[in-house]
Design a protein around this ligand. Structure first.
Ligand SMILES: Cc1cc2nc3c(=O)[nH]c(=O)nc-3n(C[C@H](O)[C@H](O)[C@H](O)COP(=O)(O)O)c2cc1C
Length: 314
């Protein structure tokens, strides 16, 4: 029996749906057993998020300082042959319940020396989060075999509005004729089962101890070179302000609220001024940086890559 552990957490249910879609072809195999472990915070995070609590969470997200999760419900002495970690991005970092798990002794027990497939469902900024995920997996002795990323529908200027509107109000519908519905399209979620089909085909390889990747050629990830620098800049700003906010006290404390208000004003000013200027500047210098950017993109898209030659063949 080939045993797969799926570690997952989702607020709206979107990421759980993605994980179910990917795992369905594997669950249909007689020789495969899939064990689901839902990671639950001791104190549930709200959805939709109240405005202040949403922003007040970013310092702990960026500094990987999670609140505790409930004990796992599976028997952690079991051996698994493959682990799937389905996670969403919170403030350019893996979401806090996932981080809490990865920092636990259970994670070391379950993940050491195991091939891991990460499955991300987010707006469109996941590069720093996956850097952090890779560092945590390496520390646990796990081997990242593949990374699959599904992103919210619509262009970034639209999801910049629709994703926060969804997580802050719960409203997911499209509006004004120009903004698409928030979240990942149903079609994307359904067609994510190609990754499960590919893993099912790769079972002999997995059973022989091959460490992947198994999902190349299926359009598993796509990095837009135009967004790399912007995300790095945003992450640096989060770290600076995050340190300051954490020095003001724990989440929810009044001193922290005052600095947070300042930060939100700074953020809006940054988005309205520096960000468009940066995009323009980078578009101007991009022709001179083509090979460096191509190399960066290749690295960030590893291990599964963005090529699509196997699409329609499995
Ligand atoms: C607190 C918070 C911060 C988020 N930050 C990011 C982010 O930095 N990058 C991103 O692409 N999406 C971000 N998102 C969107 C989530 O990754 C995810 O798509 C959405 O919350 C739905 O996930 P669910 O399956 O938990 O409902 C954020 C969502 C929340 C709630």
């Amino acid at each position: 029996m080939f045993r797969i552990l799926v570690l997952h957490y989702s607020q709206s249910g979107q990421l759980d749906k993605i994980a179910r879609s990917v795992l369905a072809p594997l669950e249909a195999q007689d020789a495969v057993e899939v064990v689901w472990q839902n990671l639950q915070p001791e104190r549930a995070y709200p959805f939709p998020w109240p405005f202040w609590q949403f922003f007040d969470t970013f310092p702990e997200c960026v500094y990987l300082d999670p609140a505790p999760i409930k004990p796992l419900t599976i028997d952690t002495d079991q051996e698994f042959d493959l682990v799937i970690i389905a996670y969403q991005v919170w403030f350019l970092s893996p979401s806090l319940p996932i981080v809490a798990f990865l920092q636990s002794a259970d994670a070391r027990k379950l993940l050491a020396n195991k091939p891991v497939v990460t499955l991300i469902g987010c707006r469109n900024m996941w590069l720093s989060a996956q850097d952090k995920m890779q560092a945590m997996l390496a520390r646990l002795g796990a081997k990242l075999a593949d990374n699959v990323v599904l992103q919210d529908q619509g262009p970034p200027w639209a999801t910049f509005i629709t994703t926060p509107r969804w997580v802050l109000t719960g409203k997911k519908d499209g509006f004004w004729g120009i903004f698409p519905p928030a979240g990942i399209t149903e079609h994307e979620i359904i067609s994510a089962n190609r990754f499960g089909r590919a893993l099912a085909l790769a079972l002999p390889l997995l059973q022989s101890g091959h460490l992947g990747p198994f999902l190349t050629g299926l359009g598993a990830v796509k990095v837009n070179p135009g967004y790399i620098a912007g995300e790095r800049l945003a992450h640096r700003s989060f770290r600076v302000w995050g340190r300051l906010l954490r020095a003001m006290g724990p989440a929810g404390s009044p001193g922290r609220r005052a600095v947070l208000a300042l930060y939100i004003i700074f953020l809006v000013a940054l988005i309205l001024t520096v960000l468009p200027l940066g995009i323009l500047l980078r578009a101007l210098i991009r022709p001179f940086m083509r090979s460096k950017l191509a190399q960066q993109v290749k690295q960030l898209e590893a291990p599964s890559g963005s090529s699509t030659e196997r699409l329609g063949t499995i």
